[in-house]
Design a protein around this ligand. Sequence first.
Ligand SMILES: Nc1ncnc2c1ncn2[C@@H]1O[C@H](COP(=O)(O)OP(=O)(O)OP(=O)(O)O)[C@@H](O)[C@H]1O
Length: 651
Amino acid sequence: MGGALYDEIESALLLGEQRDLIGAAHLRVVALATSEDRLDKYLHAALDAIFQRGAADYLTVAIRDNLGQWSPIAEAGRRHPLPTPALVAAVDAAEPVLAADWLTVALHGDKSLSLVLAVRSTPELIKTLQYRAALTAHLLGYGVGLIRQRVARSARLKRLEQLLTIIESWQKTRDMHTLLTEMAEAAAELFGSERASIFLWDRPKKTLVGRPALGIEGGELRVPDDRGVVGHVVQTGEPRRVDELDKDEINRDIDQSLAFHTRNLLCVPLVGRRGRIFGAFELINKQLGNFTAEDQLGLTELAAHASSALENTQETERILASRNRLADAAAAAAELIGDCPAIATLRGTIRRVAESNLPVLVLGENGTGKEVVSQSIHFRSDRRAQPLVAVNCAAVPDTLLESELFGREKGAFTGADETRPGKFEMADGGTLFLDEIGDLSLSGQSKLLRVLEDQLIMRVGGTSEIQVDVRIIAATNRDLGELVREKKFREDLFFRLHVVTIELPPLRERGTDILTLANHFLHHFSLKTGRQTPTLSEAAQRRLLAHAWPGNVRELRNTMERVIFLHSDEVIQPESLQFHSLDSHDDAPMNLPLNDATAEFQRRYIQRHVDAAQGNISAAAEKIGMHRSNLYRKMKQLEMLSDSTPSSAGE
Ligand SMILES: Nc1ncnc2c1ncn2[C@@H]1O[C@H](COP(=O)(O)OP(=O)(O)OP(=O)(O)O)[C@@H](O)[C@H]1O
């Protein structure tokens, strides 16, 4: 636009229509406006150019401030006091105003500023300058408009850039409090206001909750939803701009509670995805002047992005809350049952280890609860709302293990017809439980070492590394030290994993925990089947304590499950306990003192003979080398016969 007028004037000059010095000065006035961004500098240079070629002895462009005071923004020639009445008169006049030796004429380039050109000369000359003064004011006004537009455009661009950066960071913020604070700070800076607040509408309580609220305990301000500007905005959905002139609308209760004085404010609604108003965004006290229509547009735009970020965060918080509830339930389910000293110490270790991010190695025989320990650690850690992924390294064929763990790219090997993420990527942010770690191949081990060191993985067939954030809990029932000696397990990985080691004792070494666990499982399966939990007779308890539990807690769990599903007695007798582990009969009952162990041995010995004779006591007695009645007495003494068993049982 500036260019077009410039061309117009230039061609007019070339055509000779205005080939005078004033014309050249005017050309310069417009030319300057295309390169200068500061209004005062521009006006100064422009007035200088005109002054040198004109008949005036003083030229100035005066500006009126918010309080109605006039002051020169630029001037040329010998300074004179400003003719204030003539300046005021010029503001609304269409023509130059002539007052003694002054000519005043408004610059109409930008309506938001009151600018007036004042020209002073001798009373005789001044009359002849009217046309030139009007043209000069017109061109200066045009130049001012041009500069203001350009500056506003670049400010808008800058604002847009800032806006994009801010919005991008909002999308990553998961926590509501942080998000609200970030939004308020960003808005206050962007619009040059002293404060900014976001009000969320608690409809059922007819309350607006403002955050952040500086100077208020907990940083939260609660106001009724039908009062003040904010109340009006949420009720009507219309933005409001309030300046010094209409202060009555300002809710002074808020000012009082914040020990703050609101001069002016701008407030726009926060509108949700389905058009529902859920709050308001408010700016308070513009540092320079009042909030403009452009500020209102800008804040409306910002509020739209804020709304979507707030809604996302609210949604995320809801999901997180429900995930946390699930994690609580999972943590309760992963409770390590038992009171023996080893298990009690272990529970403390788990709590401490859960707080750290260290890799953990869990050692123990099969079925001792290694997986329970890994769950217990995960669901007590900060990662509890993120996934816990378990892999049994021994159950995956060696050739597939790496692609299972680290993922694979399409075409990495025959049959890899699609790109697939591995367990590490699935567990990102959470925990990966690597069961039977001793079965990991050597190349898998070196990759695992990389993850532990740099948290970097590479998919099979991939070319770039992927950053992951995964906590490793590894478990094995094998002797890793032995595997290291045999060069089947990397020593460096062993030491990396060995930092925190949790060793689970076998069940046979946990004393009466066997009974605690047995009762726990009885209760658990009774609940499942909807029956009363049975109790264990003393003889059954002894039997459980005497058993060697080669299958550990898993075996105990299975045994109790069978009891509940196969027997409906309220009191469980030893006969109902069938141990399915292969070598249980031959193991010494190590949990018992010698006398009890001897009795237990006798019980097992007799029971096996009775079983072999299919319950025929006479036949069994014969095999054992005892009289039938002596065997009965012995069995009674050993509490092998429940009260309901007839003395002639099996005959
Ligand atoms: N202390 C415990 N409290 C409650 N339940 C337990 C406990 N220890 C083990 N269990 C239960 O016993 C079963 C076996 O436990 P888990 O799978 O954790 O053992 P593991 O050592 O990982 O076995 P494996 O080495 O065979 O993988 C599970 O059903 C588990 O719930």
